[in-house]
Design a protein around this ligand. Structure first.
Ligand SMILES: NC(=O)C1=CN([C@@H]2O[C@H](COP(=O)(O)OP(=O)(O)OC[C@H]3O[C@@H](n4cnc5c(N)ncnc54)[C@H](O)[C@@H]3O)[C@@H](O)[C@H]2O)C=CC1
Ligand SMILES: NCC(=O)COP(=O)(O)O
Length: 336
């Protein structure tokens, strides 16, 4: 069976989404995976564009032009200057992509970065895609954000929240639930039969036996013990300053950081152009580049499409894996 095309959303129109979509098409048009962009066709430059009326037209067009499902923007975007008037179109593109994936008309969705503050200003009530997608394409479990590059996978246990609040919210149950969902996602989407999880400590030296903070002893260690009792190969709390060294990385399949930056700084430092953000536990396949809207370089031809290309390839790979290894009751990848 041929895989359905991937649906790529416009993201923030004042950011680099249009440029990297064009760059990704240039890199992939001869080899695939095929995708179509949900965006205002009038604003796109630098590559041949083919307006399509339905996802089913994308595959035939893809070799010679970037297929675009036209969604007009209310205001012409100005690079570097997000306009909340365009927010409904940005959100609408995400909703449309999800609808296509749920209907099996797209193999998965790949999201260009959104300018979160611009969407909040227009009334968007979700911290980011991850939480929004959990609402419109969830499976009843909390969403898990996983970032992957060839050398490292990371999961932040708490995602988009102030650091003080994230630490206050840490409990053994939260760590256990995130770790279980991560292990299930690695089995289902990455084909890792017995994932090895390393869970970071919170404090310097993972608390130094409770003398440098008690959370590692009282919250992380009991969570790790419970996970091991469930048969999950988890260890920790691992002192966070050495968890990501070249020597340590081959010892686990995924590292769980307890807050956003603990998990994301290492992967973005290691491989900003090759990192991909994946949401685990949705009813549809979803990936995105690891970076943001890059307003500082938008419209200047400087944006590197590498992470988007990796996101498109990984989404296609996960969709294929899901269709070849269906799990009863679990979300599937779409084939046409
Ligand atoms: N998945 C998503 O929708 C994401 C959205 N964001 C949003 O993006 C906005 C800006 O976030 P920042 O923290 O400034 O991060 P950013 O990733 O947009 O930019 C950080 C730095 O990296 C550079 N950069 C990013 N992507 C690049 C690329 N493809 N090629 C060359 N250089 C690149 C930028 O020019 C900038 O100097 C925020 O509103 C944030 O919430 C951030 C991450 C993911
Ligand atoms: N820092 C990662 C990030 O912001 C990704 O957010 P999301 O929009 O994919 O939820």
């Amino acid at each position: 069976m041929t895989q359905a095309p991937l649906a790529l959303t416009m993201g923030e129109p004042a950011g680099i989404g249009g440029e990297i979509a064009a760059g990704a098409w240039r890199a992939l048009h001869a080899t695939g995976p095929a995708f179509f962009l949900i965006d205002d066709a009038e604003r796109l430059r630098g590559v041949p564009i083919r307006r399509i009326a339905a996802p089913e037209e994308a595959a035939a067009a893809f070799a010679t032009a970037l297929p675009v499902l036209h969604r007009p923007l209310p205001r012409p975007p100005v690079p570097g200057q997000p306009d909340p008037a365009n927010a409904p179109a940005v959100i609408g593109a995400i909703e449309a992509a999800v609808a296509f994936a749920k209907a099996g008309r797209a193999a998965g969705i790949v999201t260009n970065p959104i300018q979160k503050a611009a969407l909040y200003a227009a009334g968007f009530a979700h911290p980011g895609h991850t939480e929004f997608l959990a609402e419109i394409a969830g499976t009843g479990t909390p969403p898990v954000m996983l970032l992957a590059c060839p050398e490292l996978r990371v999961v932040p246990v708490t995602i988009h929240e102030p650091l003080k609040q994230a630490i206050a919210r840490l409990t053994p149950d939260l760590i256990i639930e995130t770790a279980r969902l991560t292990a299930a996602g690695l089995r289902q989407d990455f084909g890792i039969a017995s994932p090895r999880l390393a869970i970071a400590g919170l404090n310097p030296h993972a608390g130094e036996d409770g003398t440098l903070g008690t959370e590692d002893r009282d919250i992380v260690a009991p969570a790790v013990a419970a996970l091991r009792a469930m048969g999950i190969d988890a260890r920790g709390p691992v002192p966070p300053d050495t968890l990501f060294t070249a020597k340590a990385r081959p010892g686990y399949d995924v590292a769980l950081g307890l807050y956003h930056d603990q998990a994301l700084i290492p992967i973005k430092t290691l491989d900003m152009a090759g990192g991909v953000n994946v949401t685990l536990g949705l009813s549809v396949v979803r990936t995105s580049p690891d970076h943001g809207t890059a307003l500082d370089i938008a419209g200047r031809g400087l944006a590197d499409p590498g992470s988007l290309i990796a996101a498109l390839r990984l989404a296609a790979g996960i969709a294929t894996h899901r269709s070849r290894h269906p799990v009863a009751g679990a979300p599937q990848g779409a084939e046409a």
